[in-house]
Design a protein around this ligand. Structure first.
Ligand code: UDP
Length: 382
């Protein structure tokens, strides 16, 4: 099958890392087109997946943009569609992986009569999107998509609640190469030495730095935990949240936690870093559409404490395969971390169950088979 994948981002967020795994089996017949240059292109090239950057301009429709802003960006959208249309004619199917990709993909699908698949990685609600953008996404998906792949039941429910056609949408979770998350002890010891965290009880947090990812909640909770506990924060501000980064550093200084918090920036060695942690936390203050980091932590055999909302509740069974805490509740998070520190023997079985469950439920091969079946159906129904 020849697929034209579309993604707006040059940066490797969760949706892009998911696309990397989905596009891989189609690498000899397909093309990924990006609307912006960046690290994601390099990752695709390293995986030998053909990639083309469509423009050196970024399309300026923000998640919260209004109709006027939407219309001014038409001047950027039209040249993209003109460029994309002859390319799309060489492929069987258009696969839009982000919202802006949906806009471009829908119009290109109309012009080329190629079926459109929309992979929904967001909870479509007014917390994250303007009413205009929400309406646009739903209208385009209903009108042009043959299939909407939702990354969780939470994303599916929000899509339907916002007016999305229930007959179009199927839930497929992200898939993971489970072997990648088994790290040898000697590598873990080396990494711990490099990070100077040997003999520490380490809490890991692995998300881009953004207010709704709630790194400030973890820092505040850490201040209430025993002083032997330290934290590593892995990730960077991918979408311009530089003020938040400054706030986090200020918060660490104000709480006198300089020796207990390490900011590691964006890293490509997530499994190796997760292996150095005793507990991994997820602290999003808004519902997480899926939460790749939660699954990755489970695959590493680490006890995970996740914010109880959105997709996270589909990934973790509280007290069986991990822990769920109230989003934004600092006291509860501090208490759960402290319990893990004081009773490490109690969390071994939970972490083990988490690893087993995650490797059954999110196996990449199985997930890619599901996607392949759905794509064949989408192709045949058009
Ligand atoms: N990630 C990464 N390097 C970092 C921080 C995060 O590669 O420094 C990866 C992380 O392992 C996960 C993805 O980025 O696979 C984030 O996906 P998630 O669903 O957790 O959040 P999103 O970015 O989609 O909101």
């Amino acid at each position: 099958m020849k697929i034209l994948f579309l993604d707006q981002s040059g940066k490797p967020g969760g949706a892009e890392l998911c696309l990397l795994d989905i596009a891989k089996p189609y690498q000899h017949t397909s093309l990924v087109t990006l609307f912006t240059d960046g690290d994601f292109k390099t990752l695709l090239e390293k995986s030998n997946i053909p990639v083309q950057i469509l423009t050196n301009q970024t399309i300026k429709t923000h998640k919260q943009s209004n109709l006027l802003q939407g219309l001014t960006s038409l001047s950027q959208i039209i040249p993209l569609i003109i460029k994309l249309t002859p390319i799309a004619r060489k492929y069987d199917l258009i696969y839009a992986n982000t919202q802006k990709a949906l806009v471009i993909g829908a119009l290109t699908s109309l012009l080329t009569q190629r079926p459109l698949v929309y992979h929904l990685h967001d909870i479509l609600c007014t917390t994250h999107f303007s009413k205009t953008n929400l309406h646009l996404a739903i209208t385009l998906a209903n009108r042009f998509a043959s299939l909407v792949i939702a990354n969780s039941q939470a994303s599916q429910t929000a899509f339907i609640k916002a007016g999305g056609n229930p007959n179009l949408v199927q839930v497929v979770y992200n898939g993971f190469n489970c072997q990648k998350y088994q790290i040898a002890d000697n590598i873990t010891q080396q990494t711990k030495q490099q990070l100077e965290i040997t003999d520490k009880f380490v809490i890991g947090h692995f998300s881009r730095l953004a207010p709704w990812k709630g790194q400030h909640i973890l820092i505040a909770a850490l201040a209430k935990c025993p002083p032997q506990i330290t934290a590593i924060l892995v990730g960077d501000a991918l979408f311009g949240e530089h003020d938040y980064v400054q706030q986090l550093h200020q918060q660490v200084a104000d709480l006198g936690l300089e020796n207990r918090v390490k900011f590691l920036g964006f890293r490509h060695d997530i499994p190796q870093l997760m292996a150095t942690c005793d507990v991994i936390t997820h602290t999003s203050t808004s519902p997480e559409p899926f939460g790749r980091v939660i699954v990755e932590a489970m695959l590493c055999g680490k006890p995970v404490i996740a914010a109880q909302a959105g997709g996270a509740v589909e990934l973790v069974a509280h007290g069986k395969t991990g822990f769920l805490v109230t989003p934004g509740n600092i006291e509860e998070l501090a208490h759960t971390i402290t319990q893990c520190y004081k009773h490490p023997e109690n969390i071994i079985a939970i972490a083990n169950q988490g690893r087993i469950r995650a490797s059954q439920k999110f196996d990449l091969q199985h997930i890619n088979q599901q996607i392949s079946q759905l794509l064949h159906q989408a192709l045949n129904t058009d």
